[in-house]
Design a protein around this ligand. Structure first.
Ligand code: NAP
Length: 242
């Protein structure tokens, strides 16, 4: 069994990635925070397509909850390890800096950046021992170019990119690769209020991306074919300037 843990896999990009990795032969561990119904639907779709999966809810910003969940997973899977980790869970709480509240700043950083740290350090141990692993971090165009009204989100994603590059160099000798994906506008719950013709006109390909298109990129990075790619940030944005 090859296991892939995808955080935030109840909806959006994480769901599409879980479905795709299951199709590619991974047993997918579907993480979510609170939306059990949506997570169960992801699992159902995985199984209906002939794949295997399981649910593992925890808040990625809660280090203790992560420890407990991953410890209990390890106990129930004594001979297995997670060989693919997709740090996908993320939120945005947009505000101009001048109005930004401390809790808005902290929640976004806690989820994206601290979440990456808490989960990755725990899952990394076995990848290093087994000399095999793929870590894929969901960054954003905002983390590359900065987005007004999103200083918290842009900072979190830019920091995630820095961490991706540093960790890639730390663990390359053990055949663990670490890469980031930087999507532009992809049609999910996160962007449904933004999808309009004005915005689409700014995108050279003239449309929002589909979650399945991001999932195809994640699947490639998780595959053996991507063994020589590490420390990279791969944009998927319909040609928007990065
Ligand atoms: P989404 O549709 O809002 O889905 C977010 C997912 O993350 C849900 O499964 C949610 O779980 C989970 N989640 C949120 N906070 C969590 C927490 N603290 N612990 C565990 N799970 C948590 O978002 P999306 O558009 O798919 O975005 C996925 C990732 O891609 C994010 O990191 C986002 O920043 C990044 N991204 C998205 C776009 C885009 O255009 N959509 C562009 C660039 C980057 P529940 O269902 O339980 O709430």
């Amino acid at each position: 069994m090859k296991y892939a843990l995808i955080t935030g896999a109840s909806r959006g990009l994480g769901k599409a990635i879980a479905l795709r990795l299951a199709k590619d032969g991974f047993t997918v561990i579907i993480n979510y925070q609170s939306n059990k119904e949506a997570a169960e639907d992801t699992l159902k779709q995985v199984q209906e397509a002939g794949g295997t999966g399981e649910l593992l809810p925890f808040n990625v910003a809660d280090s203790q909850a992560i420890e407990t969940a991953l410890e209990s997973w390890a106990t129930s899977h004594p001979d297995d390890y997670i060989s693919v980790l997709v740090n996908n869970a993320g939120i945005h709480e947009d505000n101009l800096m001048i109005f930004m509240q401390e809790d808005q700043w902290n929640r976004v950083l806690d989820t994206t950046l601290n979440g990456f740290f808490y989960i990755t350090r725990r899952v990394l141990k076995n990848m290093l021992t087994r000399r095999n692993g793929r870590i894929i971090n969901m960054a954003s165009l905002s983390g590359l170019k900065g987005q007004p009204g999103q200083t918290n989100y842009s900072a979190a994603k830019a920091a995630l990119i820095g961490a991706t590059k540093a960790l890639a160099q730390e663990v390359a000798a053990r055949k663990v690769t670490v890469n980031a994906i930087a999507p532009g506008f992809i049609a999910t719950d996160m962007t449904k209020e933004l999808e309009n013709d004005e915005l689409k006109k700014l995108i050279p390909l003239g449309r929002f991306g589909k979650p399945e298109e991001v999932a195809a990129l994640a699947a490639f990075l998780a595959s053996d074919d991507a063994a020589y790619i590490t420390g990279q940030v791969i944009s998927i944005n319909g040609g928007l300037y990065t």
